[in-house]
Design a protein around this ligand. Sequence first.
Ligand code: ASP
Length: 439
Amino acid sequence: MIKVVKFGGSSLADAKQFKKVADIIKRDSSRKYVIPSAPGKRFDGDTKITDMLYSCYAKAARGQDFEKEFEDIKSRYNGIIEELSLDISLEEEFNTIKACFTQKAGRDYAASRGEYLNGILLAKYLGFEFIDAADVVFFDDKGAYDSSKTAFVMRERLEGVEYAVIPGFYGSMPNDTIKTFSRGGSDITGSIVASVVTADVYENWTDVSGFLIADPRIIDNPMPITTITYKELRELSYMGATVLHDEAIFPVRKAGIPINIKNTNKPDDTGTMIVESTSQKPEYTITGVAGKKGFAVVNIEKDMMNSELGFGRRVLEVFEKNGISFEHMPSGIDTMSVIVHLDEFAEKEQEILAGLHRNVQPDSIEIETDLALVAVVGRGMRSNRGTAGRIFASLAHSNVNVKMIDQGSSELNIIIGVEEADFKTAINAIYDIFVMQRL
Ligand code: ASP
């Protein structure tokens, strides 16, 4: 049995957290490959090492003095070394990094040092081999992740290595410079390592016990999700449920490896299992409900629109030419609505209106803002009659006016557009009917 275990920044924020992590790893000998993030926040209002590195490097890049910022970073690591009584010094590493900052080695290089140094410390503490991610994770000339080179080199490097620490978040470019994934990217490194070694499970340790059915900022103490499929997770995370980096599911998913989200501070909680598919019946009809504010609707009206060949294409062409992707497109006989992100749309609003007038000569165009979308997601909805009925009855009871409805053909999700002012009420109503009343 092989487990690849990734620990997020808050799990490794200080010596106390390092101890918890070591306990977790030593408790199960199948936890062989460890992917650390950089030290995160120790308390509310604290700064993550990654952010400290970014601002320190910004000064270096401007040719300003960055001594103070650099010392602050050093003292975070030195604090961990001292408290854990580690027989190691990072002084040489610090000197190299400082010199590279002065020579403007790049923002990605700077940020990556957070995980790099943390990896060295964790490997020392655990007595595991340290493997620099720059030697086993690769990007191509264009900066895209190079999965075949990575798989080939990493597999060979890990051959015969029983236990290792590989820092998350970065890899190297063909010209040997360092490149990072986007923020939160250690999740991706963990997923890559899990797929390369064909792990039995990819454990992603963080500071929450997995996904919850609804956002805890909206619902008091929402129930946890014990099992979720990759598809359901895509739908929910697109709508704002963030525990895992969006791109982290692809490498393991391809290899058929489940992800287990676990809580470093409550290691005995089951957490959430993310799987390809499951015969396990979900506990409730819905797996989760999530949503986002900040959408706009462009309503286009034109008599006899439905018989005009290519109308939809010409509408969408205008959005495409302006670099705006659309989210949904509900339509009637003589109306078509295009739902877009307000912040992107606002910048191009007038160009788009002019383009629509030119391209489709509408009778009228109306723009509505303040739209929120709520996604009700669940594999359990597929086989259940009346789910939509219950959703809309509960919204009506709560006096929420539904402005748009969209059900994916997979019957995995129903998306509802409501006014932003009704957003919380809508989520409450849906949570209440399916979870509290267990319908
Ligand atoms: N340390 C990086 C960040 O803060 C990557 C990660 O934690 O996954 O985004």
